[in-house]
Design a protein around this ligand. Sequence first.
Ligand code: PHE
Length: 458
Amino acid sequence: MAINRTSSHGEWSSRTAFILAATGSAVGLGNIWKFPYITGENGGGAFVIIYILCVIFIGIPIMLAEVYLGKRGRLNPIASIKYISDKEKRSKNWRIIGFMGILSGILILSYYAVIAGWTMAYSVRTAFGNLNNIDATGAAAMFESLVSDPERLLAWHTIFIIITAIVVAKGVKSGLESAVVRLMPALLVLLLALVIFSAIEGEFYDGLRFMLYPDFSQITWKSVLIAMGQAFFSLSLGMGALMVYGSYLSSDISIPQTCVIVALLDTTVALLAGLAIFPIVISSGLEMSQGPGLIFQTLTVAFASMPGGQLFGTIFFILLIFAAWTSSISLIEPMIIWLIEKYNVTRIKAATIATSFAWFLGIGTIVSFNIGKDIKIFNMTIFEMLDYLTSNILLPMGGILITIFVGWLISKEHIDSELKIKSKIIKLIWYFSARVIAPIAVIFVMLNALGFNINFFL
Ligand code: PHE
């Protein structure tokens, strides 16, 4: 039986508003910055296929489960889960999902803001024409000079955190809907234009081949874990962001269709980004596996040789800042709602506390590109470690707990009435994915990546 609890934080004005906000959360640096560089590092085509399989069989089922929890609980992630476990007579320890999510959000934001800062720096550089006539070597030198300067990185990081703090302090919903409705289509159009440019000017065939031709000899369990972690990261799963957005959803809205639309949009943007980047990487002789600087170096070369590249490039980087910004809002929102509900503080105070925390932690990432380059934890820099810990461990673990909780411990009638899946077959597929495929796949991949070498097929 569906209940009609309403959120004390208000509701989305429509289903479209929710789709927009969730897409705003999903589409961000993960699609345009991270997807191309990790695909480059992990050998291309085969990695892309594994990524897409993870989105379909793990991402979408978990997304439904997560939005369901938010829509039913209507509170911050910790309290929502506590409320639901009370109702279902389950242990209240499931709240751990909420705690882990809040922690993941802050940790991710701490480095996300640093990279968003790079995007800001590049938008200014492009606007002032610093990148005109730059070649691949010049682009590499420029990137190096930016990341080797901790003060400059700190300044951009601080600016980005302040902008995020201002918006979240005002309340997420005012402004977010209208910003996303205008910016997302613009970003898509610009990405398409970039793909066309790259088809004409770059080595399009080779780029396409790199991205689509599967060479499974390049794949290790670690790369499968990275592909799966990227599915969680890119769809904003496993940390409560969509739970919070789901809690503003009015009770008569059906969840599955909405989630599929968001996943489709998110994957389209990532694939377009790859199509735009790889042909240029090849034609300008850059390295596929050069890591986090990949798009900054490739795109600057592209903009430099493109007619109107200065204007186009500036608009592109500005849109990317907005995309990063709508994602960062959703990274911090679970903690903010929790602070407000639990400690009864004002939104402004909650926003100040949460963003200061993320700002402070971000210093670790900043120095990991320069003065702290040699600080290694498990052979990873601070940035790499934070990224690995969040995308490949915390988010998937949050995801497993969410599917097990929703798939196995909540009454079926209740799920059916909230999810509102009409088709019997789709319902069956969802239950099977959420109960069996998603949790087993995540555990299997994590254990193998840790070196346990489990193989069901031998
Ligand atoms: N999905 C966002 C991106 O791809 C990042 C993000 C991760 C946002 C987790 C919220 C939660 O850029």
